[in-house]
Design a protein around this ligand. Structure first.
Ligand SMILES: Nc1ncnc2c1ncn2[C@@H]1O[C@H](COP(=O)(O)OP(=O)(O)O)[C@@H](O)[C@H]1O
Ligand SMILES: [Mg+2]
Length: 244
């Protein structure tokens, strides 16, 4: 079982859109995939036509390893893609995770680790106790970066934080919401490639079809598989899978 997180200190950079589309691409490629919606805003849960709720004891039991994960996990409309939905109580998650061992999230998933090839975490923004757990649990951090100076500054801050905490989890940043017509984007993209040798080279374009995921409540593969954005996510997934 491998674990990846879509993570950024910033909100609104495409974490959720990327988590869903990459998970969908992985399942299309034959992987058994679980996506865990760690964001109390529950966007991933909504996009995958579910409601935020943790059955049988709430997030507290889940984190303590007692809840039957099988009961909480739901199937989605896509074969090979399951969902661990957000819990409205996951605001409390930080509190519960405080002081627990760093790789706790991986432990929580142990009972189902044989059922999945890949687990994708969709994270809330910010640097919290939960994000520290994420950093220590995953094989790599996939960081969506909008090609602007500010967004890249945040990426540097993240790297500095990880270095300071001696966390060796690799950062695999990639560009998203890319508008090639904008000069600023073009310049920032060149800087990005130079500054981040570990970047993933597939860029996700700014595309209204991604915004339409909300009304379709489905990944791009389900309603717009031949669009540039869907192809970009497929290329991105292929690149990621080669590194795993
Ligand atoms: N490639 C894209 N093109 C156009 N809109 C996008 C793209 N990726 C994300 N969006 C939109 O931007 C907003 C934020 O994206 P989201 O994935 O929710 O970001 P995050 O999870 O980082 O907060 C959403 O409204 C989403 O539909
Ligand atoms: Mg999100």
């Amino acid at each position: 079982m491998q674990m990846l997180a879509l993570y950024s200190i910033k909100g609104g950079v495409g974490k959720t859109a990327s988590a869903i589309n990459l998970a969908a691409q992985a399942s299309l490629a034959g992987q058994r995939v679980l996506i865990w919606d760690l964001d109390p805003q529950a966007a991933t849960t909504f996009y995958l036509r579910n409601k935020p709720r943790i059955r049988g004891g709430g997030v507290e039991k889940l984190v303590k390893g007692k809840a039957l994960l099988e009961k909480t996990i739901r199937e989605t409309d896509m074969a090979g893609l399951d969902l661990l939905p957000a819990s409205l109580e996951s605001r409390e998650m930080d509190m519960l995770l405080e002081g627990r061992k760093a790789s706790r999230l991986r432990k929580v998933l142990k009972p189902v680790s044989d059922d999945y090839d890949l687990i994708v975490l969709d994270c809330p923004p910010g640097l919290t106790t939960l994000s520290k757990q994420v950093f220590s649990s995953v094989d790599a951090l996939l960081v969506p970066v909008v090609p602007t100076t500010l967004s890249m500054r945040t990426l540097n801050q993240l790297q500095q934080y990880l270095d300071g905490e001696n966390i060796a989890t690799p950062l695999w940043p990639f560009l998203t919401l890319v508008d090639r017509r904008r000069k600023l984007h073009q310049e920032s993209m060149a800087d990005f490639r130079k500054a981040w040798p570990t970047h993933l080279s597939a860029n996700i374009p700014y595309a209204s079809v991604v915004e339409q995921m909300g009304s379709h409540q489905a990944p791009l593969t389900q309603f717009a598989p031949r669009t540039a954005a869907a192809v970009a996510y497929r290329n991105l997934w292929e690149e990621i899978s080669k590194r795993l």
